[in-house]
Design a protein around this ligand. Structure first.
Ligand code: PLP
Length: 427
C-alpha cells in the first residue's frame, strides 16, 4: 500500500518504524492509512512550510493538528523556549510563568476565572469530567456523536442505533461499564438533545462548540443556546471542549464568538504553543473543588512545564485583534479558493476563522452521519494528489485544515492552483 518509492529515506524509516512502533507511528492518523499512502517522515519546518527527510517541500495545513497558529519555528517562540530551557527544563514546583499564563487565559476566555494545567487535552477532558461529577454528585455524561474529547475510556463512546443511546465502547479495551454512563446524541439534533435531557440526570453535557473531529460541522443557528439551556434545566454542567476552537476561532474561543458560556472549558493545542500543554478552567467556585484547594484529586509531573508555559504565553501574547483579522482573511481566501477549485463537483467547503474542511459530499455536512456518508475514496485520492504536488492536507476526511498566520498569500494561491489540479486529476 502507498505511493512511496521503496528507495526513499521515508520508506526506509517507515519500514524501521513498523518494527518498533505500532503501525509505525505514535498517533494513528499520522500513518495516513485512511488516504491510502505511507506516512511523511518530517525533517524540519519553518513558517507554513514543512520538509520531509527526502527533501520534499509541503505547504502544511496540518500544523501539528492545531497548536501552531503562528506557524512552525516562529522566532519569538523559539527565543522564549530557549531562554526557559537555559533556566532548567522542569522543576515540579510552582513558577511565576504559570500564573502569568492563567491570568492571560482568564482575561481572554469569558467563563474562565481559574485553571489547572495538564500535559494533554485528553487529561484535561478527563479531569473536567471528574470535576463535573464531583460538583454535581452525578455520574452520567452526554456527548455528541462524532465529537472527540481525547481517548479517555468514558468518552471513547460511539452511538448505538436510535436517537440518543447509551454509548458503546468505540475501541476494544474500553469496558462497557465505562461507556454505559455516556449518552450519545447526534450533533445539531435539538429533538434528540431534549429527549436525552428529559430522560437522564447528567453530571455534564460535553460539546465541541465548533466540532472539528468529524470535519468542521458548525452548530446550527440556536443549537448552542439550546445546549446551554437544556444543560442548565437538567442541573448538568456544560463543558465546552475548546481544545481546537480555543484561541483560534476568536481571541476567547467559541464562547466569545457565540456568546454561549459553558461552566467548564477544556483547552489544549494553542495554549501550549507547540509544546505539550493543556488545561481546564471554570469559575473560582468550581475550580476550588480541585486539590489542594478542594478534595477532587488531579495531578501531573510535568503539568505547567516551564517550556510549554513560555511557548503558550508567547503564542497568546502575539494573538491580538489584528492577528485574528488576519487569520480570518487567510481562512476566507483559502476556503473561497478551494470552493472555486472544486467548481461544480459534489464538494462542500465549510469554515470558521482558522479552520476549514473540504467534504466530498453533495450536501452540507451537519453531523456525524452526513460526515460518514462522504466519498472517502475520492477524498483519499485528492489528498494523495495534493501531497504529490507539495500540499499537506489533513490525511483524513474527519479532520480540519489548520491555516496559520504564517501562510502567505502566495502559498494560499499556490495551494488553490494545486487543489484545482488535484481535482482535475481525480475526476
Ligand atoms: N479534545 C479535542 C476537541 C481534540 O481535538 C483533541 C485532540 O485532537 C483532544 C481533546 C485530545 O487532546 P490531546 O490529543 O492533546 O490528548
Amino acid at each position: 500500500m502507498g505511493i512511496s518509492l521503496r528507495d526513499t529515506k521515508s520508506a526506509q524509516q517507515y519500514q524501521r518504524a513498523l518494527q518498533y512502533l505500532p503501525g509505525g507511528v505514535n498517533s494513528p492518523v499520522r500513518a495516513m492509512r485512511s488516504i491510502g499512502r505511507d506516512p511523511l517522515f518530517v525533517d524540519r519546518a519553518e513558517g507554513a512550510e514543512l520538509l520531509d527527510i527526502d527533501g520534499n517541500r509541503f505547504i502544511d495545513y496540518v500544523c501539528s493538528w492545531g497548536p501552531l497558529i503562528h506557524g512552525h519555528a516562529h522566532p519569538e517562540i523559539l527565543r522564549v523556549v530557549g531562554a526557559a530551557a537555559q533556566k532548567g527544563t522542569t522543576f515540579g514546583a510552582a513558577t511565576a510563568g504559570e500564573v502569568d499564563l492563567a491570568e492571560e487565559v482568564g482575561r481572554r476566555v469569558p467563563s474562565v476565572e481559574m485553571l489547572r494545567m495538564t500535559s494533554s487535552g485528553t487529561e484535561a477532558a478527563m479531569s473536567a469530567i471528574r470535576l463535573a461529577r464531583a460538583a454535581t454528585g452525578r455520574t452520567k455524561l452526554l456527548k455528541f456523536a462524532g465529537a472527540y474529547h481525547g481517548h479517555v475510556d468514558g468518552l471513547l463512546a460511539e452511538a448505538g442505533s436510535g436517537l440518543a443511546t447509551a454509548g458503546l465502547p468505540a475501541s476494544p479495551g474500553v469496558p462497557e461499564a465505562a461507556t454505559a454512563a455516556t449518552i450519545v446524541v447526534p450533533w445539531n439534533d435539538g429533538e434528540a438533545l431534549v429527549a436525552a435531557t428529559d430522560e437522564h440526570e447528567f453530571a455534564a453535557v460535553l460539546a465541541e462548540p465548533y466540532p472539528a473531529n468529524m470535519g468542521l460541522t458548525p452548530p446550527h443557528q440556536g443549537f448552542l443556546e439550546l445546549v446551554r439551556a437544556r444543560a442548565s434545566q437538567n442541573g448538568a454542567l456544560l463543558v465546552f471542549d475548546e481544545v481546537i476552537s480555543g484561541f483560534r476561532v476568536a481571541r476567547g474561543g467559541a464562547q466569545e464568538l457565540t456568546a454561549v458560556l459553558p461552566d467548564i472549558t477544556v483547552m489544549g493545542k494553542v495554549i501550549g504553543g507547540g509544546l505539550p500543554a493543556a488545561a481546564y478552567g471554570a469559575s473560582r467556585d468550581l475550580m476550588e473543588h480541585i486539590a489542594p484547594a478542594g478534595d477532587v484529586y488531579q495531578a501531573g509531573t510535568l503539568s505547567g512545564n516551564p517550556l510549554a508555559v513560555a511557548a503558550g504565553l508567547q503564542t497568546l501574547r502575539m494573538l491580538d485583534d489584528a492577528a485574528y483579522m488576519r487569520l480570518q482573511s487567510i481562512t476566507e481566501r483559502l476556503a473561497t479558493g478551494l470552493r472555486s477549485a472544486a467548481g461544480d463537483r459534489p464538494v462542500q467547503v465549510q469554515s470558521v476563522c482558522g479552520l476549514v474542511t473540504v467534504f466530498f459530499s453533495a450536501e452540507p455536512v451537519v453531523d456525524y452521519e452526513t460526515a460518514k456518508a462522504c466519498d472517502l475514496d475520492a477524498y483519499g485520492a485528492w489528498c494523495r494528489a495534493l501531497l504529490a504536488r507539495g500540499v499537506y492536507p489533513p490525511p483524513s476526511q474527519f479532520e480540519a485544515w489548520f491555516p496559520s498566520l504564517a501562510h502567505t498569500t502566495e502559498q494560499l494561491d499556490r495551494t488553490i492552483e494545486i487543489a484545482a489540479a488535484a481535482f482535475a486529476e481525480i475526476a
